[in-house]
Design a protein around this ligand. Structure first.
Ligand SMILES: NC(=O)c1ccc[n+]([C@@H]2O[C@H](COP(=O)([O-])OP(=O)(O)OC[C@H]3O[C@@H](n4cnc5c(N)ncnc54)[C@H](O)[C@@H]3O)[C@@H](O)[C@H]2O)c1
Length: 361
């Protein structure tokens, strides 16, 4: 649900429970809520999105004596809601939880649809559960403090939704492509957020466990996840003798501190590669690729990658958990805006060609 006042929205829900525990991202202020509810502060990053953080949440829930009648309230971006949702799914075989997304990406994507999970052994979201929150509270006010690159990251998922959601898709795509990313007006963004959430809810309701239709939401993610995973694989990252293997206008990733690419950036780069394949394999017109390429070059920067890493990217794609058969590469492509096609198997040579296209821009 959308709300104008986060405090009263939280009061209305937590007031219905005797036992409430908040799990929140330590970087954002905790909203005042009446009652003496325990608060678990979490340091959030892709590196901390792992089993150790979930153990910390389980431990605190046990210390507080939380029973199966309790409520966990997760306040943060997608990494936090994924982890806290997974802790809720598994604590005493499942307790109710509420998602309070504080990033644009978590509002439009991560906190709708019931996927929870953690990274494991360098693989993104490898362990997890389908376990929807009983409510998602969206308060756009959080976006006022969100850094530009996180807004752009969330906008990457908005672009994806506008490209694949079948109903009214053409119109949403046009509105999204016209949105002024320089001004980033939150008021103008609100109806777009609402439409994306509604579109995702429709798709998830039709296919909650990703057996068919829901795979349209993976557009941009086969290539995008491989980029995220190469960034998480530090040993390989450091083996490059300090050479810059990844650089964009906004961030330079050539040392151990900056190994993470924001999820929505990876999705934008992934969509360029998958739009390229959509044009050459599936008859998609060239305009969406041209338009998105302009947006990428202007706002998201230009990805660069060495030859050795392209083969690693391919390996990550072959290990992707979305693949139906081990070793094959499975993508969602589009025939045009609002016309996604799922389960497109692509050959390693086609994948190399799409990476070459992306890195040559
Ligand atoms: N479950 C799903 O369906 C789903 C879908 C998409 C993405 N995801 C996951 O979501 C994660 C990415 O989510 P994200 O983009 O929200 O990143 P994030 O949760 O890592 O947050 C990004 C950064 O913004 C900070 N932050 C959060 N809210 C803020 C605010 N209001 N003001 C200032 N700073 C704030 C965080 O501390 C963090 O540094 C990934 O782990 C991805 O796998 C899950």
């Amino acid at each position: 649900m959308f709300c104008k006042d986060i405090h009263s929205a939280l009061e209305a829900i937590t007031g219905r429970y005797e036992e409430v525990v908040f799990v929140h991202d330590e970087r954002i202020p905790m909203p005042a809520v009446s009652g003496q509810h325990p608060v678990i502060r979490i340091e959030v990053s892709e590196e901390t999105k792992g089993i150790e953080t979930v153990e910390k949440i389980w431990d605190r829930l046990m210390e507080t004596g939380m029973t199966r009648r309790g409520l966990l309230v997760a306040i943060g971006g997608g990494a936090l809601t994924d982890m806290a949702g997974f802790a809720a799914a598994t604590y005493k075989r499942g307790i109710e939880w509420v998602a309070v997304p504080t990033t644009l990406l978590a509002m439009v994507d991560a906190s709708t649809g019931g996927k929870t999970g953690i990274n494991y052994r360098g693989m993104k979201n490898m362990i997890g559960a389908f376990y929807p929150p009983i409510e998602t509270i969206i308060w756009p006010g959080w976006l006022k403090t969100l850094p530009t690159e996180e807004m752009l990251s969330g906008f990457g998922e908005i672009i994806k939704m506008s490209a694949v959601s079948c109903q009214k898709s053409e119109r949403l795509w046009d509105r999204v492509m016209r949105y002024d990313l320089e001004r980033m007006d939150i008021g103008e963004l609100e109806p777009i957020i609402e439409e994306c959430v509604a579109a995702k809810e429709r798709i998830v309701a039709a296919d909650p466990r990703e057996e068919g239709l829901r795979k349209v939401l993976n557009f941009g993610h086969t290539f995008g996840h491989a980029l995220e995973e190469i960034m998480m694989d530090n040993s390989q990252f450091l083996a490059l003798d300090g050479t810059i293997i990844w650089q964009s206008q906004i961030f330079t990733m050539h040392n151990a501190q900056l190994t993470i690419i924001p999820h929505g950036y990876a999705v934008v780069y992934g969509m360029i590669a998958e739009l390229y394949l959509s044009v050459v394999k599936s008859g998609c017109p060239k305009e969406p690729l041209q338009l998105l390429t302009q947006t990428m070059l202007h706002y998201y920067g230009k990805p660069q990658c060495g030859c050795k890493d392209r083969e690693s990217l391919l390996k990550f794609m072959q290990q992707d958990k979305k693949n139906e058969h081990a070793g094959e590469i499975n993508c969602t492509l589009i025939r045009g805006i609002g016309k996604p096609i799922i389960n497109q198997v692509i050959s390693p040579d086609e994948a190399r060609e799409a990476w070459d296209y992306l890195f040559s821009l």
